[in-house]
Write a protein that binds this ligand. Structure first.
Ligand SMILES: Nc1ncnc2c1ncn2[C@@H]1O[C@H](COP(=O)(O)OP(=O)(O)O)[C@@H](O)[C@H]1O
Ligand SMILES: [Mg+2]
Length: 316
């Protein structure tokens, strides 16, 4: 029988729908994952096998084929473990395929069956909301997922707790949205002596959302005043806070699902590489520019930064 479970693949700040299909056919016992899995996804076979053994289930002695559809979309990350395990359990008849069809599933499995966090849960929750489904995610990320609003979130600590919930033996408690962090403690503009023109420029830039360039002798207080900027910016609106958190969620820096109302302040060193600044890579990761979204990108010692031409040209 073929069973399928919905999950997502992360592409930058986008979550694309992925369906995990599992087919059990008679033949030599084998367990294969197809559909452009990367190394972490291909290795999920071993984690799924161990996690199922930990809850007392053996893999059926059949030819097990798991397909991640659409097959031409690269699948990266460890969050495919749980949907793979659930598709397999549904194909084995352990869980009801119709019940899990109503959920988008993300989570990494530990060898003992625990469900471990993986970056990007907020995006998966928003995607689940858009497609009218619920979300199954790691217990540690329940508070983060609940920020998505009207989405049923099943935040399970381990595989056995999730199976008990689906069987109706013991229901999982609904997660509470993470707390909102109090505004951060940056330097205060009031502690800057004099420099009235520069302070006024700072206030105008903060009020209008303008770019600002400080030029002056060393020790004049340029870096200090730039660091004061987040303190005088208005706090993030609720929708903005969610947007900033989505970037942090993809970068994996959202601690304990806590949303922050403070605007980000990123101050990359001038020797940072272009990839660190702009992000990218095969598994698209946000760089400093994206992490500063709706906040401040502070380029201290601006002339020291390499230009794009420096970095592109041949290094002799
Ligand atoms: N107008 C000022 N009021 C208070 N402290 C100042 C002022 N100007 C400079 N400082 C202090 O002097 C030090 C050097 O300032 P900094 O901001 O690093 O200067 P710059 O970046 O212009 O070289 C900092 O510790 C800062 O606290
Ligand atoms: Mg300075």
């Amino acid at each position: 029988m073929v069973a399928s479970v919905s999950t997502v693949a992360y592409l930058g700040l986008e979550a694309r729908a992925v369906e995990v299909q599992c087919n059990l056919v008679a033949g030599l016992p084998k367990f294969v994952v197809v559909g452009l899995p990367d190394k972490a996804v291909a290795e999920s076979r071993e984690r799924v096998r161990a996690a199922m053994a930990a809850i007392g289930l053996a893999l059926p002695p059949k030819h097990i084929v798991l397909n991640l559809s659409p097959a031409d979309l690269p699948k990266e990350g460890s969050h495919f473990d749980l949907p793979i395990a659930l598709a397999l359990l549904a194909a084995m008849g352990v869980v009801d395929a119709e019940t899990i069809a109503g959920y988008v599933v993300v989570g990494e499995l530990a060898l003992d069956g625990r469900i471990a966090p993986s970056p990007g849960v907020l995006l998966a929750a928003m995607h689940a909301g858009e497609t009218g489904k619920g979300l199954v995610c790691p217990a540690a990320q329940g508070p983060e997922a609940s920020w998505a609003g009207q989405v049923e979130v099943l935040a399970a600590p381990d595989l056995i707790a999730l199976l008990n919930h689906f069987k109706g033996n013991q229901m999982l408690p609904g997660p509470v949205p993470g707390e909102v962090d109090p505004p951060g403690q940056g330097p205060d503009l009031a502690q800057v002596k004099g420099q009235e023109t520069a302070k006024r420029a700072l206030e105008i830039a903060a009020a209008g959302g303008h770019n600002l360039l400080f030029v002056g002798p060393p020790g004049a207080g340029k870096s200090l005043m730039a660091a004061c900027l987040p303190g005088i910016l208005p706090p993030l609106e609720a929708a903005e806070a969610l947007e900033v958190s989505m970037v942090a969620s993809v970068a994996g820096t959202l601690q304990g699902g806590r949303l922050t109302r403070t605007r980000p302040f990123r101050s990359p060193h001038h020797s940072a590489s272009m990839a660190a600044l702009t992000g990218g890579g095969l598994k698209v990761k946000p760089g400093e520019v994206s992490l500063a979204h709706l906040g401040v990108l502070f380029l201290d010692e601006l002339p020291e930064f390499h230009s794009i031409m420096d970095q592109r040209g041949p290094r002799l």
